[in-house]
Every structure is written in C-alpha cells, then in structure tokens.
Design a protein around this ligand. Structure first.
Ligand code: ATP
Ligand code: MG
Length: 231
C-alpha cells in the first residue's frame, strides 16, 4: 500500500480505555496536526502521551470519538497503509538480531542500501557505524547488547526517517547517554523537526522550543495547549 499524502490528522473528542471495564486513560482529547507542523506532548508519567501515539498508529481501534486522517476515519484505513504513512519510534527501542542495515531499513519498500546510508548520515549515526567491523553489515545482538544505548537510539532515529513515511512519531526514551551522544541525539531531533511532520513526546527543552504546538497532558486530559511563548 502506498503511503497517504498526509494533509491533516484530527483527534476529535477521543476517549479510550485499555479494557472494557477499565478507566478512561484518554478523556475527550482533541487536536489537529497539519502537514509540516510539529506537535510536542508534555506531561507527567502515565498521563496518556504514549497512548495517543499508539492510537495514531492504529495499534488499538476501540477508541471513542473520532480520529481522522485527511477526513477518513482511522479504523477504516487499512493497517498497512497507516504503517507506510506513519513511522513510530517507540519508547522501548526494539533492535533485531540482524545487521545494522536491516535494523534501519527493516526491509520496507524504498529502503535500499543507499537510502539506509543516507538516513544514517542524516541523524549522525554514520560516524559510529563506519567504525563497526563490517559497518552496515555488523550484526547487532538481541536487545542491542553489543552497542551502546545511545547508538541504539541513533539507529532507531535512522529507522524512523528511512523510507518515505509522511509522519514521524517520536516516543523518545529518556535513558542516560554520554554527553557526546546526547549532543548528536539532540541535533538529530532538531533536523527531523526541521524537515518532517512530527508528533513527539518532549523531554528536552529544545524539542519544546522547536514545536508549533505543545499539548500538556494530565491524567488523560489536555490541560494546557499553546506555543512555547504562550505557555
Ligand atoms: P510515560 O511518561 O511514563 O511514558 P505516558 O504519558 O506515555 O507515560 P501512557 O503509557 O499513555 O502514559 O499510559 C497512560 C495510562 O494508561 C497509565 O495509567 C498506564 O498505566 C495505562 N496503560 C498504559 N499502557 C497500558 C496497557 N497496555 N494496558 C493497560 N493500561 C495501560
Ligand atoms: Mg510513554
């Protein structure tokens, strides 16, 4: 399935519970994301940020209210089409016991060796990859045991921008990394923000500052919204 030409995503009074009798972990959440915009999700742990991102990638379809991409209800769009349109970088980075190249491209269409190296360069992952024995053919162990946490993050950034997805979702890990890797991670996020439509969970002030709209979540609700200057 070809990716959708993303124009607009609308969350319209969305409520959601993970189980039939469970509490609503999202309550009447509404916002609009247009092509080229950057939205940052802020708020305390358990406030519902990752849940919004999981709904966006159609991981759960049992939401109430409406989520529309270009006016079409999300649950009516084939899962493959959604996955080709939206690229999710999850909080728990999953690395496959496979080559660096595979971990970036994942065998998706439009992810040949050239695109893989370009994506790695874009997020500053090329520097450390070039030093690995075999470079892009270096085999990563399960859980990324033979690379550092920060390097795993850079690979997952490359994965997120590789291919031609129209929306990048970053649910970033907060794991401690060394200051040089942190510098590159921050630079990579800034570049992704400058070039793509993005919705991201914000841990860094720089992410907040580079966003068009900040949504502050608390207990499943948006309690504040606005630009960095407004909040
Ligand atoms: P954090 O900043 O810690 O990542 P978050 O804002 O991303 O938090 P969510 O992961 O969206 O929070 O969780 C929102 C609520 O939903 C929490 O109360 C959480 O316990 C609950 N929850 C999350 N995932 C599940 C799940 N798979 N099953 C049941 N409840 C869940
Ligand atoms: Mg989360």
């Amino acid at each position: 399935d070809e990716p959708l030409e993303l124009e607009e995503i609308v969350f319209d009074k969305v409520s959601f519970s993970y189980s039939d009798k469970g509490p609503d972990v999202l309550k009447n959440v509404s916002f609009t994301l247009r092509k080229g915009q950057r939205i940052a999700l802020a708020g305390s742990t358990g406030s519902g940020k990752s849940t919004i991102l999981r709904l966006l990638t159609r991981t759960y379809t049992g939401y109430r209210g409406s989520i529309r991409i270009n006016g079409v209800e999300l649950r009516d769009i084939p899962l493959n089409k959604v996955r080709n349109t939206i690229s999710l970088m999850q909080q728990d980075i999953y690395l496959f016991n496979d080559t660096v190249g595979f971990n970036i491209g994942l065998g998706r269409t439009g992810t040949g060796p050239h695109e893989i190296e370009e994506a790695a360069r874009f997020v500053f992952a090329d520097r450390f990859i070039e030093q690995l024995p075999g470079k892009y053919d270096f085999t990563i162990q399960d859980n990324g045991d033979n690379i550092s946490k920060g390097q795993g993050q850079l690979i997952s950034f490359a994965r997120a921008i590789c291919g031609n997805s129209r929306l990048i979702i970053l649910d970033e890990a907060t794991s401690a990394v060394d200051s040089i890797t942190e510098y590159y991670i921050q630079k990579a996020i800034e570049k992704i923000f400058a070039s793509r439509t993005v919705i991201a969970v914000a841990h860094r002030l720089s992410t907040i500052r580079n966003s068009d709209l900040i949504l502050v979540m608390e207990n499943g609700e948006i309690i504040e919204r606005g630009s960095h200057e407004e909040l």
